[in-house]
Design a protein around this ligand. Structure first.
Ligand code: ATP
Ligand code: MG
Length: 386
């Protein structure tokens, strides 16, 4: 008898012909999540089984499994032989000591000498004899002891379903570039897209020497926290200080933020094309700040042709904060830091910038030269190695 973890996957089964591909990516992601912890991963029909692990680390293994997108639910249980003695012993170990219960048997091995009904009755009877505080309720039991009689002469016995995080395996929905600031929203936006199976590359703009290393360190920390879900810990940074100086010196003050956003989008698109990224991802939420009005979004969207995904567009701040707490980025996001957007911040930023005025003001700048300069400041950090 050994402890095992049974993992069930979520939407993967919907994918018809692609099922094999989805399962392979899912298995790779599970292996990646369990890296460094002794284990074996086996594929069963419609499920995966983690076995041969150090039982004292069960909790850590479950914690990592609970963050892999595509996991619908998982159960810690026992793998044992199929003799009645072994089934009794395993059931006794997983069964709660009191309350109402039933036994639910699934027989993949149709040649097994007893029917599911017989097994339910015999194991149920045995458990009642062992634990006097248990009562049978086959309709709405508090607990269910599951017996899964497999074709290979072993059985899986378990009694609890833990919910997984859901979503799709990361890597099955293309690749996007997340514009990540040090704030609350953008890490949540990256999480949301990774949850739908997208590989997420991180891009951060800083404004050294106007912003200090603290801002960059903070984003590195956020990148590491996100990597626990998305498996990619690569962060690229670019310096936009000179772009900001030029905007500040030459353009209407109220358009500072609008113009900077357009540079960020352009740089992100150029970066995406270099690395095979298929879209940009931002943490914008409609109406949250001056630059996130539909006019502001129209102005930045106008400079790129790749799709811009804004998974938080309809979310309230409270809702975004709740997710950021859940995924563990909140505490880092609220640390004080100077964002490049707050450098040269005008007193009255334009809330509804008119595209023609924005383009006219931007005409005063050598956009291509500034872009090339900023691209040349690119630094890449692989945070999985830090
Ligand atoms: P966040 O909480 O993500 O900082 P925010 O509510 O502060 O968002 P803005 O500052 O208007 O909103 O930024 C909107 C979006 O633009 C961010 O969610 C992010 O995707 C992108 N962005 C802003 N600043 C940066 C930056 N310094 N580097 C990269 N992307 C940025
Ligand atoms: Mg911000």
């Amino acid at each position: 008898m050994q402890k095992v973890i049974i993992i069930r996957y979520a939407e993967i089964h919907l994918k018809g012909k692609n099922r094999g591909y989805f399962e392979r990516v899912f298995a790779v992601n599970l292996e990646r999540a369990l890296k460094g912890l002794k284990h074996e991963l086996h594929r069963l029909s419609g499920r995966y089984l983690v076995a041969c692990f150090d039982e004292s680390r069960t909790e850590e293994i479950c914690d990592r499994i609970s963050r892999v997108f595509g996991v619908h639910s998982y159960s810690v249980g026992l793998e044992t032989g199929t003799s009645m003695k072994e089934l009794f012993e395993a059931s006794k170990e997983v069964c709660p000591r009191e309350g109402t219960f039933k036994v639910d048997t699934h027989r993949a091995d149709k040649k097994y000498p007893k029917t599911s009904m017989q097994l339910n009755a015999e194991v149920g009877g045995y458990l009642l004899g062992q634990f006097p505080a248990l009562k049978v309720d086959v309709h709405t039991p508090q607990h269910t002891v599951y017996l899964d009689i497999r074709e290979n002469g072993t059985a899986l016995v378990f009694s609890a379903f833990e919910p997984g995080v859901g979503g799709m395996p990361v890597g099955t929905s293309g690749k996007g570039v997340l514009l990540i600031s040090g704030g609350i929203d953008s890490p949540v936006a990256g999480y949301m897209m990774a949850k739908r199976g997208m590989s997420v590359e991180l891009l951060h703009f800083h404004s050294y020497p106007y912003t200090n290393d603290g801002a960059k360190e903070k984003v590195k920390e956020l990148a590491k926290e996100l990597a626990r879900f998305s498996h990619s810990a690569r962060l690229t940074t670019m310096n936009v200080a000179h772009i900001q100086e030029e905007i500040h010196a030459k353009c209407a003050a109220e358009l500072n933020v609008t113009l900077l956003r357009r540079f960020m989008y352009r740089l992100a698109e150029r970066f995406a094309r270099h690395i095979g990224g298929q879209c940009l991802i931002t943490g914008e939420s409609l109406g949250q700040v001056a630059s996130q009005t539909i006019e502001g979004i129209t102005s930045s969207n106008a400079v790129v042709t790749l799709p811009v995904l804004r998974p938080l567009i309809g979310f309230d701040k409270d809702e975004i904060i709740a997710i950021s707490r859940k995924i563990g980025t909140y505490e880092t996001s609220v640390l004080p830091y100077e964002d490049c957007c707050t450098v040269f911040l005008p007193e009255f930023p334009a809330i509804k910038p008119k595209l023609s005025f924005v383009e006219e003001e931007e005409g005063k700048l050598d956009v291509e030269k500034l872009m090339e300069e900023a691209m040349a400041t690119k630094e890449v950090y692989d945070l999985s190695e830090i």
